[in-house]
Design a protein around this ligand. Structure first.
Ligand code: COA
Length: 362
């Protein structure tokens, strides 16, 4: 009989990876050899993709990758008419799953990775526009990926907003063996293709315990309204048996280091003249939630996670809350593809065991 079940697989090491290191005790995250604290503002999304995908056969320079992403955004835009009702789904993650799932898994691993990354951005923006009753906007193949994504969503991209989204995309690009990355690796380990791997990963990311929290975080801030309303609202929520979105993490026993990076990006937007009225409220809610959760769970550090300041940053950058989870996917697809490549190189099927607890014959 198999040993007792590790229901959440915590502490179980399922892969060796050179892509990112999550140190939950010290609250440190390294992506592609860069401390996340120093990544944002220093590396473009394209440059980070180039580093994460360095092992993928056919890798090109960052400059060529930027141009290829532009071409592929234009290509993906041309496919929108063939996607049927996929981009009319009410939920952005359903739309992305339905649209990306229609792409053919053809071409080299590098070319397909570039195509998928471009398609995530184009389909996210097109879905968001259609949802608002607007026509999707053509990509600008000469623009940087983050800047073009802001423009396709909003019609124009100020330098500051583009920089805010670029900070976001690089900050969330990879994060150890999170649930969606694990999903992508399991699919890749069967010898399946990259389209299937990222579609499966999208399904895992969609859940509120993973990538579905930032929209609800903004709803929470709206419902709380004023800093002095935080404690009562949070207490009521916990009394009703609900979790506080944007708080807690499976690995971090400290404040999520990505929260600090995104919080600083919000401050930069503020200094650059963008109104971010939610920052003061968000900080008050964070402190109130930490205090309350510390009292309820004195043995478990439940601190703010990436999703909390994702909500504040993307909102401050003028991006619609319904698109927050798809935008998370637009950044994380870079990591998924890198893990698909890394997993393939191991050549090993991921196939764990289960413990049978049903009735036995005889
Ligand atoms: N609000 C209230 N209680 C929480 C909580 C939260 N955000 N996060 C954890 N807890 C509670 C759990 O219910 C559990 O209580 P119990 O022992 O009485 O059952 C205890 O704290 C320990 O939980 P833990 O084992 O640390 O949670 P986990 O590792 O299974 O889950 C998350 C991690 C992220 C799924 C969890 O913290 C959560 O649901 N957060 C809210 C959703 C969110 O922000 N998701 C984005 C993640 S990046």
């Amino acid at each position: 009989m198999a040993q007792s079940a590790a229901s959440g697989l915590e502490g179980v090491v399922v892969a060796d990876t050179a892509l990112s290191e999550v140190d939950g005790e010290r609250g440190r995250l390294v992506i592609a050899g860069h401390d996340v604290e120093r990544l944002s503002g220093h590396l473009s999304f394209e440059a980070l993709c180039r580093e994460l995908w360095a092992g993928v056969p056919g890798a090109t320079s960052t400059l060529e990758l930027r141009a290829a992403l532009g071409r592929e955004r234009a290509w993906a835009f041309g496919r929108i008419a063939d996607l049927g009702r996929a981009l009319h789904a009410a939920d952005g993650m359903d739309a992305l799953r339905g649209a990306v799932g229609q792409l053919a898994a053809e071409g080299t691993a590098w070319d397909l990775g570039v195509r998928l990354t471009a398609a995530f951005a184009v389909f996210t923006a097109a879905w968001s526009r259609l949802r608002e009753g607007l026509e999707p906007l053509q990509p600008d193949p000469g623009a940087g990926h983050a800047e073009d994504l802001v423009r396709m969503l909003r019609g124009k991209a100020t330098t500051h907003r583009a920089a805010a989204l670029e900070s976001y995309l690089v900050t969330v690009s990879d994060h150890g063996m999170n649930a969606s990355t694990f999903t992508a690796r399991v699919i890749a380990s069967t010898g399946s293709d990259a389209v299937s791997a990222v579609v499966g990963a999208l399904g895992a990311l969609k859940g509120p315990l993973h990538g579905g929290a930032p929209g609800p975080v903004l709803d929470m801030l709206d419902a709380i309204g004023k800093p002095d309303g935080a404690v009562d609202w949070l207490e009521r929520e916990l009394l009703a048996g609900r979790r506080i979105m944007g708080m807690g993490h499976r690995i971090y026993r400290t404040r999520d280091p990505r929260a600090a990076v995104l919080e600083r990006a919000v401050e930069r937007l503020e200094q650059e003249g963008h109104r971010t009225p939610r920052l003061v409220l968000a900080r008050a809610v964070e402190h109130a939630a930490e205090d309350i959760l510390r009292r309820r769970h004195p043995d478990r550090a439940l601190r703010v996670n990436v999703e909390f300041y994702t909500a504040v940053l993307l909102d401050a950058a003028g991006l619609p809350r319904e698109a927050f989870s798809p935008l998370f996917a637009c950044g994380r697809v870079a990591g998924w593809l890198a893990h698909v490549d890394e997993q393939r190189r191991t050549g090993r099927l991921i196939r764990p065991d289960s413990r049978y607890v049903g009735p036995h014959l005889d």
